[in-house]
Each structure stands twice: as structure tokens, then as C-alpha cells.
Design a protein around this ligand. Structure first.
Ligand SMILES: CC(C)(COP(=O)(O)OP(=O)(O)OC[C@H]1O[C@@H](n2cnc3c(N)ncnc32)[C@H](O)[C@@H]1OP(=O)(O)O)[C@@H](O)C(=O)NCCC(=O)NCCS
Length: 163
């Protein structure tokens, strides 16, 4: 399988990734609200109805608490990773790595293809995360984001088909 978690030999953290359900939305909205340009509850909910949409959450095995999520869309060989966020108090524990790995496995199982994403140019944690997975920078959109105004960096990765 071409898509693997780049965690090396580290012990996997005690979190599991599973598909998002309607019951997770409340927790996901809270996580999303901690970040710049957050999606509203309505936007997050409607994402679940999109053709080719996929949404996963990370939950703590011990408590069942939802502490991160990722969502995107896939259509005829192209995918876009639209959002990923981890609750502030759970960051730097490898949760985003698990979420991205899960999303890329899903895309591979759907037939793979090019996976795109965009992020704020100053978002060093996200840049480092995506580069670990082999995403490469392919463009920049000047002043793309508002509040605060900031360039967007566009990244892509070719995901091979797999199971
Ligand atoms: C980006 C984000 C999802 C990372 O979540 P996380 O669970 O803390 O990330 P992980 O613990 O899995 O870290 C994976 C790697 O990402 C990079 N990374 C994560 N946080 C970082 C930070 N604060 N500074 C530098 N690199 C960082 C590192 O390469 C890290 O690997 P390492 O811990 O072995 O050094 C999280 O910071 C977040 O929710 N940010 C706000 C929302 C956001 O910016 N989303 C992306 C928008 S496109």
C-alpha cells in the first residue's frame, strides 16, 4: 500500500478514527470554532450530504470523546481534503497523522487519484503535517483568506489505488 502513516516506530496513540455521524456534529462544531475562518454548524452538517463527501472523526478510546475530524470530497479521480482540526488540548499526540492517514486510505480505496488541499501560508503546523505525507506545494493564491487576510498555499499528492 502506497499510503502509510509516517509515525515510524512510535507507539500509536489511544485514539481511533471512524466515520462521522450526525451525533458527532456538536463536538465537531466546537473543535472547528477554535480555528480561523471556521465553518458554521450548517456548513459542517451539509457537507455530510455532498456527493462523494467523506468525514471522519478521531475519538479517545478511553472516554469516547471526539477530539478531531477531517473531511473532504472525491469525484472522478480527484479528491480535496477540505478541513482537518484537532481540539487544542489534544494536539501534538499524533491525532492529525491518524486522520490524514485514514482519509488517504479511504481515497486510495475509492480508486486514488490526485488529492488537493489549500491552507493559510502561515499555518506551519499544517504545512509540516501535509509535507510528512508527501503533499507538495503547487501554487499560491494571493490574499485568498480573510480575517486575517492571508495567501493560500495549494498542495497536491497523487494517491495510488489500493484497499
Ligand atoms: C494542524 C493540526 C490539525 C495538527 O494536529 P495534531 O494532532 O496536533 O498533529 P499531530 O500531532 O498528528 O502532528 C503531526 C505532525 O504535524 C506537524 N505539526 C503539528 N503541530 C505542529 C506545530 N505546532 N508546529 C510544527 N509542526 C507541527 C509535525 O510535523 C507533527 O509531527 P511531530 O509531532 O512528529 O513533530 C492542528 O494543529 C490543528 O487543528 N490546527 C488548527 C486547524 C488547522 O490549521 N487545520 C489545517 C487547515 S488546512
Amino acid at each position: 500500500m502506497e499510503v502509510s502513516s509516517p509515525q515510524g516506530n512510535r507507539e500509536p496513540p489511544p485514539f481511533s478514527v471512524r466515520p462521522m455521524t450526525g451525533a458527532d456534529l456538536e463536538a465537531v462544531v466546537v473543535i472547528e470554532s477554535e480555528n480561523p475562518s471556521p465553518w458554521t454548524a450548517g456548513q459542517l452538517a451539509s457537507e455530510r450530504d455532498q456527493d462523494g463527501g467523506w468525514q471522519f472523526v478521531a475519538e479517545a478510546d478511553a472516554s469516547g470523546l471526539v477530539c478531531g475530524f477531517v473531511c473532504g470530497r472525491s469525484c472522478v479521480g480527484e479528491s480535496e481534503l477540505l478541513k482537518i482540526a484537532v481540539s487544542r488540548e489534544y494536539r501534538r499526540q499524533g491525532i492529525a497523522v491518524q486522520l490524514v492517514a485514514h482519509a488517504l486510505h479511504y481515497v486510495a480505496a475509492q480508486g486514488g487519484g490526485c488529492c488537493f488541499l489549500e491552507l493559510r501560508a502561515a499555518n506551519i503546523p499544517a504545512l509540516a503535517l501535509y509535507e510528512r505525507f508527501g503533499f507538495r506545494r503547487v501554487g499560491r493564491r494571493k490574499n485568498y483568506y480573510a480575517s486575517p487576510t492571508e495567501d493560500a498555499i495549494l498542495m497536491e499528492k497523487v494517491v495510488l489505488p489500493g484497499n
